[in-house]
Structure formats: structure tokens, C-alpha cells
Design a binder for this molecule. Structure first.
Ligand code: TYC
Length: 102
């Protein structure tokens, strides 16, 4: 056998940065039917925003079509989306909430 059997001479380069888990943007989308007060309530209830912050963010979505309402780990983002979609459905509003990798 003429191949070396050990790692002599092999340089293992350590990676300079530690990977952080990816983050996910949670967004809500505008529609023509969901009442403004309902959206404000959703933002207060599920995203811990103040009434004033929630009202302003709701207006941003109303005018621009969508907005990021928070950035979370995959599992937290998934839970927020599910909670909002379930709450909207139970109240028969078409409000849509989605997530996207940052
Ligand atoms: N456009 C809705 C209305 O005029 C209000 C609204 C705002 C709906 C934000 C959804 O994500 C939304 N009643």
C-alpha cells in the first residue's frame, strides 16, 4: 500500500463565522373586506404591538398592499402565521398572513 493512512499534512480550515439560524419575515396582506379594527386587533394580540403601532402598520398595509409585521425564527414565524390565519378564518375575514425567509 503506498497511500498514506493518516491525516498528516491535511489542513482543516475552521470557518470564520458561526452560522445563525435563518430568520423569517412575517407579512400581512391587504384585502378589500377585512375591517381595519380587526387588523389592528390582530397586530396587538399576536405581535405584541401597541395600539398606535398597530394602527400605523395596518394603514401601511392598507396603502402599500403588504408589510412586514415581525421577524422570527422558523418555528415562531410558522406559529404566528397559523394563529393569524386561524383567527381570521374563525371570524370569516379573508385576511392573509405569510412568511418568507429573510
Ligand atoms: N383594506 C381594508 C379595508 O379597507 C383594511 C385592511 C388593512 C385589510 C390591512 C387587510 O392587512 C390588511 N377595510
Amino acid at each position: 500500500k503506498d497511500q498514506p493512512e493518516d491525516d498528516a499534512g491535511v489542513i482543516t480550515q475552521t470557518r470564520p463565522k458561526t452560522d445563525r439560524p435563518p430568520l423569517y419575515k412575517v407579512m400581512i396582506l391587504n384585502d378589500d373586506y377585512t375591517p381595519m379594527e380587526f387588523v389592528v386587533h390582530v397586530l396587538e394580540r399576536f405581535f405584541g404591538l401597541s395600539h398606535t403601532q398597530s394602527f400605523e402598520l395596518m394603514l401601511t398595509v392598507h396603502k402599500k398592499g403588504l408589510a412586514v409585521v415581525g421577524v422570527f425564527s422558523y418555528e415562531v414565524a410558522e406559529t404566528k402565521v397559523a394563529q393569524v390565519m386561524d383567527f381570521a378564518r374563525r371570524h370569516q375575514h379573508p385576511l392573509q398572513c405569510t412568511m418568507e425567509k429573510e
